[in-house]
Design a protein around this ligand. Structure first.
Ligand SMILES: [Zn+2]
Length: 316
């Protein structure tokens, strides 16, 4: 027996007799022993060590499975409201956060982002329905949790023409205030946008388990060429939203930003994330928690939506 085989046999035996890690390693060269003694990986002409010396293959007891890894295949679709005319554009409004995920919490009035976003979504729906020019669906109309993929998944399954995810930001600096509109990009417009996307994307993670789809799927979606036009349309709408809502709602100086938000990754539905203000700011928190403020936000969205679809109809 060659010295190498003797060495493998001895280490293999120690691995097989211990209840240690699944793959013991030769500390000198870092080779996994299981591979080293696996007869299928070596020339057949070589002498095999006696079966008793072979390291056991890792058994099932070493495998780790996480039972919850994907969103449920079909979350129930919400009702589409408005005129029963399928030719009218469909706008899906997504109230950010919900259920066990409160989002940001205001240090001033204790308002929770999930409640503010729901109130805003309802106010926007009311104004859009009153216009009679679009159909509307909400991803959630009550206090429930949805993973990010379910949110844009609803818009895709309904074949929505526009997806607006509504949020209210928070910052350590209590002076930070004003609204901003985010669109999807693989590269963030600035460090703050990148941080915000990281925070919002965390909504999927509970106790360290990512409840969303695999990130691989999401990045490959970005390579889809249809995404380009979708992203351009979303940027057009973001500009319109700032223009139309800008009179009644205070926007930040650099209000149009972009980052890699999971919730905006539908490849075929133009999507924006509307950060309606900072609930960490006293004035913004009071504005967003008040029915009057919510109405102003809703009017701005309604006006932007109307101009958006009017333009697209004339452009055809
Ligand atoms: Zn949020």
């Amino acid at each position: 027996m060659s010295p190498l085989l003797v060495l493998l046999g001895v280490i293999g035996m120690s691995s097989a007799t211990s209840a240690g890690p699944a793959v013991a390693r030769d500390s000198g060269r870092g080779l996994p022993l299981v591979a080293a003694v696996d007869p299928t990986l070596r020339p057949r002409t070589e002498r095999q060590p006696a079966a008793a010396f072979r390291a056991r293959r890792p058994g099932k007891r070493y495998s780790v499975t996480v039972p919850i890894g994907k969103p449920k295949p079909s979350v129930a679709l919400p009702r589409i409201e408005g005129p029963a005319d399928g030719r009218l554009p469909l706008v899906v409004i997504d109230a950010g956060h919900g259920g066990h995920d409160p989002g940001a919490i205001s240090p001033h009035n204790g308002a929770r982002e999930k409640d503010i976003t729901l109130a805003l979504a309802r106010a926007i729906r009311a104004d859009l329905l009153a216009s009679r020019r679009v159909r509307v669906a909400l991803t959630r109309a009550d206090d429930r949790f949805l993973v990010l993929e379910e949110r844009f998944g609803i818009a895709r399954r309904l074949k929505a023409d526009l997806f607006i995810s509504v949020h209210a930001d928070a910052a350590e600096n209590p002076e930070a205030h004003g609204a901003s509109v985010y669109t999807l990009s693989e590269v963030a417009s600035d460090r703050e946008a990148a941080r915000l996307a990281a925070r919002e994307n965390k909504a999927n993670i509970i106790n360290g388990v990512d409840l969303g789809a695999h990130s691989g799927d999401v990045s490959s979606i970005l390579l889809d060429l249809t995404q380009r036009e979708t992203m351009n349309t979303a940027s057009d709408f973001a500009r319109l939203l700032q223009r139309e809502a800008g009179e009644a709602v205070k926007f930040r100086t650099h209000a149009l930003r972009f980052a890699s938000f999971v919730v905006l990754k539908a490849p075929d539905t133009p999507s924006v994330l509307f950060e309606t203000g900072f609930i960490s700011n006293k004035a913004d928190a009071a504005f967003l928690a008040s029915p009057a403020g919510q109405k102003k936000v809703a009017r701005g969205v309604r006006d932007a939506v109307q101009v958006h679809f009017a333009r697209r109809i004339t452009a055809r």
